[in-house]
Design a protein around this ligand. Structure first.
Ligand code: HDE
Length: 713
């Protein structure tokens, strides 16, 4: 396998080849119409006289403008805002015992992938840092056909049945009368719906946690959410839950920071992913599976078919089976990221569905949505959606058909075409659905095994550290604080009290109201009108009280690396050059990135008289766009006392629990900021180029944030 440097070199070589090709093509690359006619004047339309009216005959103008008029396609109804990348998946360990999917059997196979991350609620142009679930969709281009794992960065969902999805999305989207707010759930219609849907409580805990405001798309976990099936050659089935574990750990930002990032750089996540890949810092995730034998279907306190439940890792450990690396940015956003069409129903032999009623609804929705979004049943012919496996069938024609099918036979069975294409037997790789036994009555009902809406919400809350619990409380205070209808706030508090009384009381305190003593009726618990009064949501005793895997701070995947973290150096003319150089070298050799910030762009001159290139001015830079800050030594640094943005920069870093290092004169700057209340996160040295300072700084930064500071601020 190539290491990241080698892969980067390949990518670079490819780019060079492209450039050379373009250069050699440039001589004979004329501007043409779509019909290939060379264009002589691309600046003026055809007119009756220099100052006369334009002529309808101008086929060049009409073609150009007509194409432009139709450049947009409908954005996705959900997950409209996305960022994507190419890469590959490689298997560590054969899963042959469980699944016949070839790309999960042979450790020599390297499967190309295309991965799209997204927010759910916002429009295509909305901010990356909205409090929201993130989509995590992976298209595996396997030799047996495309397999799409269309998941999220949270392992559960708001609702249990596909019937409620349009309601959920209508409630969270901007309110229909005034189209506000954009990309946010902090409004009345969302919480009105949620407060009447107790089944959403577990997911609400995740959505109010820092998982909903990731530091980077590269630092998120991914989950398949539903229970799927692996099926082996003996037609034995295992239930399977999919997990993606990021090599860089799972990290979030704080809500105040997220809101400021949205103002400073609404493309923060998109840019971060793009730049990491351009710089050869290829993001990596390990694929894990939780496997449950068919015989254990009813072994647990929850129903495996209920998408509001997870399988605690303490009950079924996650087995790591492979690795995914993203190593190439798309060449064209529209052609690839926008036109990619995922579908949970794109499976290959060896992977199958369960009867999870949410998954079952999705199996209908995704093809349907592509028909209106991409406009044709031929969306599989768009390059990004094409399978690498051979494709033959009798489907024909339709809008924008690319394939020129030859011959007279487009039906099966046939004799005129020699019987082609043939059906594939199982041992030839033909897909056969798992032959699950079904003996049932036709009903429109929810299983009573889905009626426990609170205990896993409690499990999630109990698994968090006090810092994380506090973030959830604050998020709820913010969201409900934006809700104008008192009854909705109260009803939500009622549901929260079923998760944890202290949680509800603390949220209520922030809202200046009290928790209602009884739950308001009627509430929805997943039953129809006739049954509404009969069933109550239940609370089931959980086998475990707390699960470390659910907490970002306790999580095993939390990594101490500072690779790809961004550090701001607050500089000015007269900075000590060796102070800058030594810290920069130390940070860069630990994998971090450094940006020189100064009062103006161009270059600054160091104390020693050398020029230092400036990356950003104080007008552009902001603490929220960095992970940590360093103030070097040098007489000139003292001028920063008069730059208002510098104090704001350091105050925000301090407020958001980031690590701050300063040496020599740099330490004096701290005296005009909140960081003068030094704690372990403010690391200072009187000496220039102090090795201990850089070592401690790097070690501390590996902890991501000094969360204890929150008590202070
Ligand atoms: Fe989706 N979802 N969804 N969803 N979903 C779409 O398909 C839908 C659900 C998810 O990057 C749409 O191509 C229904 C759960 C992702 O292109 C649409 C239901 C999970 C993406 C659709 C769900 C997801 C989508 C819109 C309930 C996590 C982005 C555009 C029955 C496991 C894919 C499109 C991309 C996109 C329908 C619930 C994840 C309308 C009906 C649960 C990551 O078909």
């Amino acid at each position: 396998m190539k290491n990241s440097k080698e892969s980067n070199q390949d990518h670079y070589d490819e780019k060079q080849k492209d450039l050379e090709l373009n250069k050699s093509n440039a001589d004979n690359q004329f501007l043409t119409t779509n019909q290939g006619v060379k264009i002589n004047d691309n600046n003026n339309s055809l007119k009756a006289g220099e100052r006369g009216g334009s002529l309808l005959e101008d086929f060049i103008l009409r073609e150009k403008i007509t194409h432009f008029d139709h450049e947009r396609i409908p954005e996705r109804i959900v997950h409209a805002r996305g960022s994507a990348a190419h890469g590959y998946f490689e298997l560590y360990k054969s899963m042959e015992q469980y699944t016949k999917a070839e790309f999960l059997n042979d450790t020599n196979i390297k499967t190309p992938v295309f991965v799209r991350f997204s927010t759910v609620a916002g429009s295509k142009g909305s901010t990356d840092l909205a409090r929201d679930v993130r989509g995590f969709s992976v298209k595996f281009y396997t030799q047996q056909g495309n397999y799409d794992l269309v998941g999220n960065n949270m392992p559960v969902f708001f609702i249990q049945d596909a019937m409620k999805f349009p309601d959920l999305i209508h409630a969270v989207k901007p309110e229909p009368h005034n189209e506000m707010p954009q990309a946010g759930s902090a409004h009345d219609t969302f919480w009105d719906f949620i407060s009447l849907m107790p089944e959403s409580m577990h997911m609400i805990m995740w959505a109010m946690s820092d998982r909903a405001i990731p530091r980077s798309l590269r630092m998120m976990e991914g989950f398949g959410v539903h229970t799927f099936r692996f099926v082996n050659t003996k037609n034995e089935s295992h239930f399977v839950k999919f997990h993606w574990k990021p090599k860089l750990g799972t990290h979030g930002v704080v809500w105040d920071e997220a809101q400021k990032i949205s103002g400073k750089n609404s493309d923060f996540h998109k840019q971060d992913l793009w730049e990491a890949i351009e710089n050869g810092n290829f993001p990596e995730w390990e694929l894990g599976v939780q496997l449950i034998p068919e015989a254990d279907e009813h072994k647990y306190d929850f129903d495996l078919l209920d998408p509001t439940k997870l399988v605690p890792e303490e009950l079924v450990p996650v087995m790591i089976i492979g690795k995914m690396v993203l190593n190439k940015n798309p060449d064209n956003f529209f052609a690839e990221t926008e036109q990619v069409a995922f579908h949970p129903g794109h499976v290959v032999p060896g992977i199958d569905f369960t009867n999870d009623p949410l998954l079952q609804g999705r199996l209908f929705s995704y093809t349907d949505t592509q028909l209106s979004r991409l406009g044709s049943p031929n969306f599989h012919e768009i390059p990004i959606n094409r399978t690498v496996a051979p494709m033959h069938n009798n489907q024909r024609d339709g809008h924008m058909r690319q394939e020129v099918n030859t011959g007279r036979v487009a039906y099966h069975p046939n004799s005129l075409g020699g019987g082609c294409p043939f059906q594939a037997k199982i041992d030839q790789g033909g897909f056969v659905s798992f032959n699950e036994r079904i003996d049932a009555q036709k009903v429109r009902e929810r299983s009573t095994s889905f009626a426990d809406h609170f205990s896993q919400a409690t499990l999630f809350y109990n698994s968090q550290t006090p810092i994380e619990q506090n973030h959830i409380i604050k998020a709820l205070r913010f969201e409900l604080g934006k809700v104008e209808t008192l009854a909705i706030r109260e009803r939500t508090l009622g549901l929260l009290s079923k998760i944890d009384t202290t949680l509800a009381v603390k949220v209520a305190k922030g809202l200046g109201i009290t928790v209602p003593s009884t739950l308001e009726k009627p509430i929805n618990h997943g039953v129809g009108a006739d049954a509404n009064d009969k069933q109550e949501p239940t609370n089931v005793k959980q086998a475990i009280k707390s699960s470390d895997a659910l907490s970002m701070l306790k999580n095993k995947t939390l990594s101490d690396t500072i690779a790809t973290r961004q550090v701001a150096f607050l500089c000015a003319d007269g900075v000590n050059g060796s102070s800058v150089d030594r810290m920069k070298k130390a940070l860069e050799s630990a994998g971090a990135g450094v940006k020189i910030i100064a009062p103006h762009l161009g270059t600054i001159v160091s104390e020693e008289g050398n020029e230092i290139k400036v990356d950003q001015s104080y007008l552009i830079a902001a603490s929220v766009l960095f992970d940590a800050v360093f103030i070097p030594s040098g007489e000139g640094i003292l001028k920063l006392m008069d730059v208002a943005e510098v104090a704001e920069f350091i105050n925000d870093s301090f407020k958001h629990c980031k690590f701050i290092a300063a040496e020599g004169e740099g330490t004096d700057i701290l005296s005009i900021t909140n960081a003068k209340n030094a704690d372990k996160g403010v690391i200072t040295s009187e000496k220039t180029g102090d090795k201990n300072l850089s070592n401690t700084f790097i070690k501390m930064m590996g902890k991501h944030r000094l969360w204890e500071r929150e008590k202070l601020v």
